[in-house]
Ligand binder design. Structure first.
Ligand code: MOS
Length: 717
């Protein structure tokens, strides 16, 4: 059963006394879960000895530098590699004319160097392999290319006549939903909000670039890769190259961030693998440059979102309409689920959601932290703030009045829904009481001050397909193997904690092995599903070990098990919720916005490791702050390319921007979600953060900025 949340938590390192009597039935509870263990990999990382993909030791490496298309659409007419081949140290120059044929086009993104077609500017059109990185790069510059250039189209706007409805939105939600007659209800409403919001192209840009080292020894391909899913990379590479999965090994013990951009293999994986096949016995190294990452590692689609809310004068919603336009690449569709969170947030008898796409000559958009929820909840939660103003209601009270009893979409009861608890607890901690709702009331020394609030939500996902294997060793320690990923999130630590509780042993008695396809299959570190899915497999394997070998297994005892299909998925709607609060000051002369403080209050089930959870949540909030004020990929429509494609031109928040962020959570054990009682925390921290800041900017200035980012020019006009 899900126990009611008690609103008193903080991010400190204490277990709240959830004993074995109240814990999940198949866990033994050594109190490893809930303690703030230091990162198991922290020391290695600080000392610089944790091997990231590019740093893995290999004998006699060679280096790959790609040649990228200088047009956004068309064909390679001629490609002259003679000068490149003459550069000293060059081993091979591979083009679509000379590359090995790939076996499968299932994933068009991985179909590299197979034809003369060009789908976006910056696409790989050749690769140079050389004894040194310098030689490879110099030679790549000498490849001469002529193009057939019919012209491209990267213009993203709502007036296009070729906007279409995808069949589903990521990963498999319906494209459109309708309940009642939303248009009629909106037209008849006494209070209305009808506004259009937009968010720009945004870029994941993890600190570690996408990197792969590939070695083909004539029998087996080994990839040292920076990925959120070693097993997904193996599967995709085997399919693409026409190898059997056991001919491909992917090793990825440490990953320097991903935020979704390393959740699936990209073109560089296939390119470096093709090169490795060309030079058997030599390890080929490739790290994308920062600029290449803006083209070849995915991005968040821009969105144009029309939101219409109809309500009674006392703030009861009668109609919710959320209509979204996004872009996608022409060669492979990605449809972000921007309006999906709107389907569950608030009660209203009449609702409509729509997703529409413009297919352009752009690189493929992809996952970026909380795809869907992040841009969708920006629009929805600013719209709710606008409705609160229109009704003359406190924005927290407005949300509380529209709290649904059940999931409005499926009719299922909530596994856990503590949104209002989060809002009220946040109000208490933040000092929301007594807030003057009128904008532009607080000023001093040339600055305007304001506060804002927004809701957060993220689904509880459990993915099927992970397996954990446990073996008792001669030294009395358990080896727990699962091919899970730690992209900086703390998996090394928190999975060991889960294993210790499941096995009834100290954490020091667990030797965790992750990040390698030599371990049992694991699903992606994505959708905040990692700990839920892998942790469940470990709990199941521990239970199996006890069933087979009792509670004190002898050396050599072993067992394995898969994540089961969650029995509650059919009966409950399972989501996390949260409340984001922000205080800003806006310079009355220059329009500069500073975020003075932020508070996030979350209900995410049981927290496995408070120290790491706080870091995840604050990281998400920082990314949301960055989205609110800084991040914007600017398309050069003439070139068909994001023009600010480096971290000088594409601004992200720095430490000086994120000065006073706090994240807390409700004490909660949600046994409906997972046997650990947890629901996942990687993404909810970003959701709603930008809306809270935008709402605070409105409160400070009286100016409603609906188009992110909130740059000074938008406040001065
Ligand atoms: Mo996350 S964007 O699902 O890796």
């Amino acid at each position: 059963m899900s126990r009611p949340a008690k609103a008193n938590s903080n991010g400190d390192a204490r277990h709240d006394g959830l004993g074995s009597g109240t814990g999940p039935t198949d866990m033994v509870e050594t109190h490893a879960i809930g303690t703030s263990l230091e990162r198991a990999d922290g020391r290695l990382k600080v000392m610089g000895t944790a091997p990231y993909a590019f740093e893995q030791r290999v004998e006699r490496p060679v280096y790959l530098h790609p040649v990228q298309s200088a047009i956004a659409r068309g064909r390679v007419r001629t490609i002259d590699t003679a000068a490149a081949e003459r550069v000293e140290g060059v081993i091979a120059v591979i083009t679509h004319q000379t590359a090995a044929k790939l076996a499968s086009r299932d994933n068009p993104e991985l179909w590299v160097l197979q034809s003369d077609e060009i789908h976006f500017r910056g696409q790989f059109i050749a690769a140079v392999v050389a004894e040194s990185l310098e030689a490879a790069r110099q030679a790549a510059d000498l490849v001469r290319v002529e193009y057939d250039e019919p012209g491209h189209d990267v213009r993203f706007h709502a007036g296009r006549d070729d906007i279409y409805a995808p069949k589903v939105v990521n990963p498999s939600y319906p494209t459109d939903t309708d309940e009642g007659d939303a248009a009629a209800a909106f037209n008849a409403a006494q209070v209305k909000v009808d506004a259009t919001y937009s968010t720009p192209m945004e870029y994941n840009q993890p600190m570690e670039p996408h990197s792969t080292v590939a070695l083909w020894d004539e029998k087996k391909l080994t990839l040292y890769d920076s990925t959120q899913s070693a097993h997904s990379v193996r599967k995709a590479m085997a399919t693409t190259l026409g190898l059997s999965p056991d001919q491909v090994r992917v090793v990825s013990p440490y990953v320097g961030g991903g935020f979704g951009s390393k959740g699936e293999p990209h073109a560089h994986n296939a390119l470096v693998a093709l090169a490795a096949l060309r030079v058997p016995g030599r390890a080929v190294k490739l790290a994308l440059t920062r600029q290449q990452m803006f083209t070849l590692a995915g991005h968040r689609t821009p969105t144009i979102q029309r939101f219409r809310l109809g309500a009674t004068p006392d703030g009861r919603l009668t109609a919710i309409i959320h209509e979204v336009i996004e872009h996608t690449s022409r060669f492979k569709e990605f449809a972000e689920q921007t309006a999906v969170p709107t389907r569950i947030m608030y009660e209203a008898p009449n609702r409509r959601t729509r997703h529409r796409l413009a297919a352009l000559d752009v690189p493929k958009p992809s996952w970026m932290r909380a795809p869907g929820e992040t841009p969708g909840m920006f629009a929805g939660e600013v719209a709710m703030d606008e409705l609160a103003v229109a009704c003359g209601l406190d924005p927290i009270e407005l949300r509380a009045r529209n709290e649904p009893e059940r999931d409005p979409e499926s009719g299922k009861p909530w596994g856990s829904r503590h949104l209002v608890d989060c809002l009220r607890e946040g109000a208490r901690r933040f000092g929301w009481g007594g807030r003057d709702p009128r904008p532009r009331q607080r000023a001093g020394a040339g600055w305007l001050f304001g506060t804002g609030v927004a809701s957060a939500t993220y689904p509880r996902y459990v993915l099927l397909g992970s397996r954990a294997a446990i073996r008792m060793g001669e030294d009395g320690r358990y080896t727990v193997g699962i091919g899970a990923a730690d992209l900086g999130t703390g998996t090394w630590t928190s999975l060991a904690q889960i294993a210790a509780d499941a096995l009834g042993c100290p954490v020091a008695a667990v030797r965790l092995e992750i990040g390698d396809t030599d371990q049992p299959n694991a699903t992606v570190a994505g959708g905040s599903s990692g700990i839920s899915s892998w942790g469940w497999a470990i709990v199941a394997a521990a239970r199996e070990l006890r069933r087979l070998h009792g509670t004190r297994p002898s050396p050599g005892a072993e067992a394995s098990a898969e994540t089961p299909k969650p029995p509650t998925d059919e009966t409950f709607a399972q989501h996390s919720f949260g409340a984001q609060f922000a205080e800003v000051r806006v310079n009355a002369e220059t329009g500069e916005v500073r975020v003075a403080r932020m508070l996030g209050v979350f209900s995410a089930g049981r927290i496995i490791n408070p120290r790491l959870a706080r870091s995840q949540l604050i990281g998400g909030m920082t990314m949301g702050l960055s989205m609110a004020l800084h991040e914007e990929g600017v398309m050069d429509e003439r070139l068909g390319q994001v023009i600010n494609h480096d971290l000088a031109g594409y601004h992200i928040a720095t430490c000086a921007d994120a000065v006073n962020l706090e994240a807390v959570w409700l004490q909660e054990v949600d046994d409906r979600s997972t046997p650990m009682g947890s629901r996942g925390i990687g993404e909810i921290g970003i959701v709603g953060a930008a809306a809270a800041i935008a709402n605070a900017v409105y409160h400070a200035t009286g100016k409603r900025v609906r188009n992110l980012p909130i740059t000074p020019d938008k406040l001065l006009t």
